[in-house]
Design a protein around this ligand. Structure first.
Ligand code: ADP
Ligand code: MG
Length: 330
């Protein structure tokens, strides 16, 4: 049974960055205002996510890492269409089958916290009382220690830390009321460091730099016709001053970080036609639409979504981008 569990877990947690995403999303779900990530050896040796959220109750610790343990059932009614059902309460459990998980947590009003380690879905021993200030810290050590081939492939690629930094940068500019940091273990300097702010542009400036922020223009689009499409989009798109080798598309749909290649392509086409010299844009968009209109159509970990009336939505956004670029070009 443990081999089957391990294989299933390896599907949910494909790389270190998938573990970071699940852990940070849990911290966000716990209403944290500060989330700090430490990574060692691209995440293979250590991933540590500390937050100041509501914590985990003592009585929930025993079953925390059993599969399908979730405290979010009511919330999942809204999220089920965007996040695969298979992921209900599966992230933490999966991590315990492919790594060593230690949780330190304290809930409001408690004098001390608890620390407990898990393996293969189970607590290794009773939770031990420990000092803790606020929130939860989850450590995942020795990821893929029992999946030699996977570990080898990942060890030879140096880009996992880059992927983690990229993920946290994206999350940071969307969740501007949360401060994020990400650093390599032992490093004095953080590679992502955002503070809470009320301005998204300030956040983008902090995370992506002055020159990116300076090139951005505000953009909006919406539709509210049930017979065609219902959505609201706002965001930022780069102007002709932004020249990059690769396009960056940061897309949130109903506050979840997702990918939509159809939308990305449609926008790149407009850029190539309108600003050929700056044809690889920087895009941040947040789309809100009825959750039942969102569908995960490929592998759940890839977060590729398709939308009901996608063609109409993509077209509407594409025209908004085109109009903005033409105006800025005049
Ligand atoms: P899911 O997020 O789908 O519920 P997970 O396996 O990711 O499943 O997490 C299991 C449960 O552990 C969550 O439902 C939540 O109750 C609890 N949890 C995990 N991380 C945190 C955290 N950082 N703060 C508070 N609760 C957490
Ligand atoms: Mg989760």
């Amino acid at each position: 049974e443990s081999v089957v569990n391990r294989i299933a877990a390896g599907e949910v947690i494909q790389r270190p960055v998938s573990a970071v995403k699940e852990l940070v999303e849990n911290s966000l779900d716990a209403n944290s205002t500060s989330i700090n990530v430490v990574v060692k050896d691209g995440g293979l040796k250590l991933i540590q996510v500390s937050d100041d959220g509501h914590g985990i109750r003592y009585e929930d610790l025993a079953i925390l890492c059993e599969r399908h343990t979730t405290s979010k059932l009511s919330k999942y009614e809204d999220l089920q269409s965007i996040k695969s059902m298979g992921f209900r309460g599966e992230a933490l459990a999966s991590m315990t089958y492919v790594g060593h998980v230690t949780v330190t947590t304290i809930t409001k009003g408690q004098l001390h916290g608890y620390r407990v380690s898990y393996r293969d879905g189970l607590m290794e021993q009773e939770p031990k009382p420990c000092a803790a200030v606020k929130g939860t810290q989850i450590m995942v050590e020795n990821l893929f220690y029992n999946m030699i081939a996977r570990k080898k492939t990942l060890q030879n690629s140096s880009d996992d830390y880059t992927k983690i930094v990229d993920l946290l940068s994206r999350l940071a500019i969307h969740h501007i009321n949360v401060g994020f940091s990400c650093r390599k273990h032992g490093a004095a300097r953080a590679d992502v460091h955002s503070v809470t702010t009320s301005s998204r542009l300030d956040s983008i400036r902090t995370v992506y730099g002055v020159s990116v922020a300076r090139s951005l223009m505000n953009i909006e689009a919406s539709d509210n016709d049930p017979s065609t499409s219902v959505f609201k989009m706002d965001g930022f798109i780069s102007d002709s001053n932004y020249v990059a080798k690769k396009a960056t598309m940061v897309l949130f749909i109903n506050d979840r970080l997702v990918e939509c290649s159809a939308l990305k392509r449609a926008i790149e086409i407009v850029y190539t036609a309108t600003l050929p010299k700056a044809s690889k844009p920087f895009i941040y968009m947040s789309i809100v639409l009825p959750s039942e209109h969102v569908d995960v159509n490929v592998h759940p970990t890839k977060r590729e979504v398709s939308l009901l009336n996608q063609e109409i939505i993509v077209e509407k956004i594409q025209s908004a981008v085109e109009l903005k670029l033409r105006q800025s070009n005049e």
